[in-house]
Design a protein around this ligand. Sequence first.
Ligand code: GTP
Ligand code: MG
Length: 431
Amino acid sequence: MSLATLHDTIYALSTPPGKSAIAVMRITGRDAIKISSKCISDPERLFSTRGGDSIYTNITDEKGNHVDDVIITVFRAPHSYTGEDLIEIHTHGSVLIVDLLQNLLQSSGARLAEPGEFSRRAYMHGKITLEELEVLTLRIDASSERALSKVESLVARKYEKLRNIYDVLIGLLAQVNAQIDFGESDHVQIEGLEDQIKVARTSLQEYIDQASSRSANKGYYSVALVGPPNVGKSSLFNSLLRYERSIVSEVPGTTRDYLEAYLIIDGFRVKLIDTAGLREAQEEIESKGIALGKSVTEESDLTLRITDPESRDVIPQNGEILVHNKADLDHFQKKIFVSAKTGEGLQELTNFLKEKLVSLDSQFSSYSVSDSERSLIKEVLRILENVAEFDDVTLLAENIRRSSEILASLLGQNIGEDSLNHIFLKMCIGK
Ligand SMILES: Nc1nc2c(ncn2[C@@H]2O[C@H](COP(=O)(O)OP(=O)(O)OP(=O)(O)O)[C@@H](O)[C@H]2O)c(=O)[nH]1
Ligand SMILES: [Mg+2]
């Protein structure tokens, strides 16, 4: 993406695609008002609408046919999220209406936004800092109420640490420059040089060591139900969801594909996954289903291995949680025994899952550092490795300047095109 494309007018759906009460399309750029006006029945009204005001109007197609009645809110530069003229069109949430509107916007001269392009414009126009952007992204992606409440303080801690290290390097750079400008020798003569470099290096190492190992919250924790056929995985899946989502029958091999559904367990958003019963597959479709189930299970955060009276002595594999179903049939006493049929033990299972989720969630008690941030920090650590032994003051200045420039870019100052792409392209379209 080059700077020139910042002059395009772009659009994107801000609400999730699909059927809903309303959908919000955002259009930003210098022609946002002009382009949007071409899609409505009374274009002149949009030009006279003041920033922050809304109008009730109609979307019409090229032939003048009525598409939908909508509310349009106008934000005028620089008082908008992107800092540009920005229009929000609130349509009814129909896939067809949204599609028609996108076509109209396209033919009127706007183009579909790239991932993260709205935020990138906000950043380029000084409306949002990298720190604020990180808070926003983590807030949207948080998998639990706890993570949500901690986002702001974690990001603040991360940037504070970086700023402190940056300040040490800038202080050092000032001393080195002073020696270059006013000193009498080309040999390095800076008091406490070694100690200051050491402080910077230790803090940098700490900064990456203390970062969370997981790069980002993905919006939920996944919990897979696995085990032999007929043990009641689908029954338990339905019981936990409290509605009949998965087909249950006494025929082994009922579930052939895997199924996913979401529920909230005590503030944690959980993606529950029902899988095909594990056995020697009878035919190709079943064996494909089993293989698919195995691969989603490998990626899940927690795995519940379900048993019934016939399969009680199974040995759980790494980290799996044994859940003994059909406890109404044999009252097998172990840590977790449930009956999907009578509901016995379901509350205990839910409590147990909650404990597990709390401990998973505590891994997010630290800020996160992306792979690209980590590699930049490692580059600074490499640059600073031997500088304390440098004798040539110009060389020392050059290395410290380079290190502080990298830190400045991590703090959101003078970021290069590549780093900007790294940050914004991984966001979703419309953000
Ligand atoms: N008695 C009793 N029967 C149960 C319980 N849970 C499930 N069942 C019965 O066990 C049978 C199999 O249940 P499913 O939920 O289809 O089992 P599954 O593990 O999903 O089976 P596959 O999809 O074939 O792998 C059904 O007849 C259920 O009604 C339970 O807690 N107690
Ligand atoms: Mg099943």
